[in-house]
Design a protein around this ligand. Structure first.
Ligand code: TPP
Length: 328
């Protein structure tokens, strides 16, 4: 092992080579999956809007890597990364996007509403911020049932402007709910930057007023985020109540859809440049051998091909399905 690689391993503290391979496999799976979605999307086979998180993968991968199998994850309409990072089914996710009966919600939810309780993934919603109280309620239920598990709730910076966010912080701390709040701060709510929306960017300080420990990771470093998540999760497991992470990241694609939007007058490609240079997929790739990289890439291509075929060949739901899963 070269000195450079051993230094990197040192910096990626608490991770051995198997951990690095696991992290890389997840990062690449999510990147290649979303690239495939962007490629397929214009064919209209995917029946719902797609919010891609290309560029943001490291947050979900870092955090989900420190969770246990019994833990539960909640996310948003931009949820492919969290779903796959938490071990969701690629086949079912594709089938769901294609509106097929074999999908996670039998084709009724689409990309924006991934729900898969078998894989411990809470349903997500298009209404900004609404996943937060739902995740909180689930975590409270788990506490009351005496389950030794926690809930991780991912959301964007825009969601922190919703009243439900502050209410959830208050309730979580008051009742010492085992929940990890993770804000994926990509600096944008559709086309509006945080600088045009927030009186101050002191989000962690706002959270701390509820006596919830909060940490901001600004550099997008997957190992920094993983270490912060590890500390937060251990604190929750020790009964110290909710914890909060604010992870800076960057959305490379347009808000919704497979394209780019650097000519839309709200951001320029110059903003993307440092994040491209800081791409964690490329970075972690350099930490493992070419042989391992190739083996992982080949396995992922095979899985993606299978998932596409699974979605293509699965049936659409029967019309009667319209009357199931509804209250009235
Ligand atoms: C309550 C509510 N208000 C507004 C919208 C319109 N809307 C959809 S996505 C979005 C941006 C949310 O940004 P953020 O929470 O930072 O998540 P990101 O899209 O960056 O992942 C907005 C305002 C909505 N869906 N729900």
């Amino acid at each position: 092992m070269t000195k450079a690689i051993s230094d990197l391993l040192e910096n990626s503290s608490r991770l051995d080579i198997d951990g690095l391979l696991r992290i890389y496999e997840k990062l690449l799976l999510i990147r290649r999956t979303e690239e495939a979605i962007a490629r397929i999307y214009p064919s209209d086979k995917i029946k719902s809007p797609v919010h891609l998180s290309i560029g943001q993968e490291a947050v979900s991968v870092a955090v989900c890597d420190v969770l246990n199998a019994e833990d539960v994850v909640g996310s948003t309409y931009r949820g492919h990364a969290a779903y796959l990072a938490n071990g969701g089914s690629l086949n079912q996710m594709f089938a769901e996007m294609y509106g097929k009966d074999t999908g996670t919600a039998r084709g009724k939810g689409g990309s924006m509403h991934l729900v898969d309780m078998e894989n411990h993934f809470l349903g997500s919603s298009a209404v900004v911020g609404t996943g937060i109280p739902v995740a909180l309620g689930y975590a409270m239920a788990m506490k009351k049932l005496g389950r030794d598990a926690l809930v991780t709730c991912f959301f964007g910076d825009g969601a922190t402007e919703e009243g439900a966010f502050m209410e959830s912080l208050n309730f979580a701390r008051l009742h010492m709910i085992p929940i990890l709040f993770v804000c994926e701060n990509n600096g944008l709510a559709i086309h509006t930057k945080t600088s045009a929306r927030w009186a101050t960017d002191k989000l962690c300080q706002r959270v701390e007023t509820y006596d919830i420990p909060a940490r901001r990771i600004e550099n997008g470093d997957i190992f920094n985020m993983r270490n912060a998540a590890l500390d937060a999760v251990s604190a929750i497991r020790q009964g110290q109540g909710p914890q909060f992470l604010e992870c800076f990241t960057y959305r490379w694609k347009e808000h919704v859809g497979p394209g780019e939007d650097y000519n839309d007058d709200y951001r320029g490609r110059d903003e993307l440049k440092p994040w491209l240079e800081n791409d964690q997929v490329t970075r972690v790739a350099k930490m493992i051998s070419l042989e391992d990289r190739e083996a992982i890439a080949t396995a992922i291509e095979r899985r993606l091909k299978e998932a596409e075929e699974f979605a293509e060949t699965s049936p659409f739901p029967e019309p009667e399905m319209l009357y199931t899963d509804v209250f009235a």
